[in-house]
Design a binder for this molecule. Structure first.
Ligand code: A2P
Length: 341
């Protein structure tokens, strides 16, 4: 069986660590060698892969030489600079940043939705925004059946979406609050205190009043679903949750779609688990989705405010897994399964 040379770029970050764990635990392809890259700050640090210590190396322009697939999660600036060197060295790059997502020559892939976009000669592949991934996983089977015209979504996004510094900031603020009066609550990573608060701003505002995060959900959904006619209006909110993003999603469809049909379609979809028994208080919650590779859906109901075909539901998934590391590893698995690498 063929074995593959893998690299993780940004291996010390919140997503990078999960990429390593996914590569260890899923074992859907054989790894011949693995390299970990990060910034100067982490050079020499040791990370464990399958019980072995691997020393973190400095990312350089020639780091992609001899690598088959590199998973990047080191931010857009690093991707913009280094991904082209990797692909020039014939290495596939699965990039978790926003750098290349809307580039027309770069496939933006959620394997359950558009694995057909992966091609041998398209070496650079973009991993979508975390909130978009879990939403399109839910939308795809419903769209195939009833054609979605419009989506209104509000997100409840955990602090890990902002990386390790986001996790640290919530943790430190909670500690400072608990030792009342002894430590000031300091906000660096987020615009305001995030502990015991909600911040209705993720990324910067654009000219139309939406944030960049919200426009990612609009634009990336159209691209992944391959349908520019789907209209998406998003409100993205940062919440004091460590892991897992939650979303309240409303859809209007061209054809009728009952809650029972939606449940049937969603339960038959890979990667989705229905958790929809309100009478037993069963519905998805971020604490339950943490560390799980599944997208959970519940609270499915018809919209009582309109006679149009409209449905509303609640979706929760671990943003560091399906929203980032897992989706990237699934892209690598698909490349290998389809013999593209
Ligand atoms: P480092 O830990 O050495 O700074 P997060 O999203 O959790 O903040 O993680 C970002 C990841 O990207 C980290 O692994 C970080 O490494 C890495 N990174 C940041 N800047 C660079 C760079 N210039 N070159 C390589 N890796 C980088």
């Amino acid at each position: 069986m063929k074995k593959y040379k893998i690299a993780v770029v940004g291996a010390t970050g919140a997503v990078g660590i999960e990429m390593i764990k996914m590569l260890e635990s899923r074992r859907n392809f054989s790894v011949e060698s693995i390299k970990f890259f990060a910034s100067q700050r982490s050079v020499g640090k040791k990370l464990i892969y399958n019980g072995k210590e691997i020393v973190v190396e400095l990312l350089r322009e020639d780091s992609g030489k001899g690598i088959d697939i590199a998973l990047f999660s080191a931010g857009a600036t690093v991707s913009e600079k280094f991904a082209p060197f990797f692909t020039a060295d014939n290495c596939f790059v699965v990039d978790n940043s926003s750098a290349w997502r809307m580039d027309k020559d770069v496939p933006l892939v959620v394997p359950e939705v558009n694995a057909y976009e992966l091609k041998k000669d398209r070496k650079l592949i973009a991993n979508p925004n975390c909130s978009t991934i879990q939403m399109v996983v839910a939308l795809k089977p419903l769209h195939d059946f009833a054609k979605i015209k419009r989506v209104i979504v509000s997100t409840y996004q955990s602090v890990s979406g902002a990386g390790q510094n986001g996790i640290n900031e919530l943790s430190e603020q909670v500690k400072a609050w608990a030792i009342e009066g002894q430590q000031p609550i300091v906000a660096n990573k987020f615009q305001y205190q995030i502990a015991f608060n909600l911040i209705p701003q993720i990324d910067v505002f654009t000219e139309n009043g939406y944030t960049k995060e919200e426009m990612k959900m609009t634009n990336e959904t159209k691209k992944i679903m391959g349908d520019c006619s789907i209209e998406v209006s998003a409100t993205c909110v940062r919440v004091p949750v460590f892991r897992s993003h939650s979303e309240s999603i409303w859809i209007e469809t061209e054809r009728p779609l009952s809650p029972s049909k939606a449940k049937e379609l969603l339960s038959a979809t890979d990667g989705i688990q229905l958790l929809d028994e309100p009478e037993n208080k069963k519905y998805p919650m971020p604490l339950f989705a943490e560390n799980m590779q599944t997208t959970y859906i519940g609270r499915i109901r018809s919209d009582i405010s309109t006679k149009n075909n409209a449905l509303t539901f609640w979706v929760v998934s671990d943003n560091l897994l399906k929203g980032a590391a897992l989706n990237a590893v699934q892209i690598a698995e698909t490349l290998i399964k389809n013999k593209l690498v």
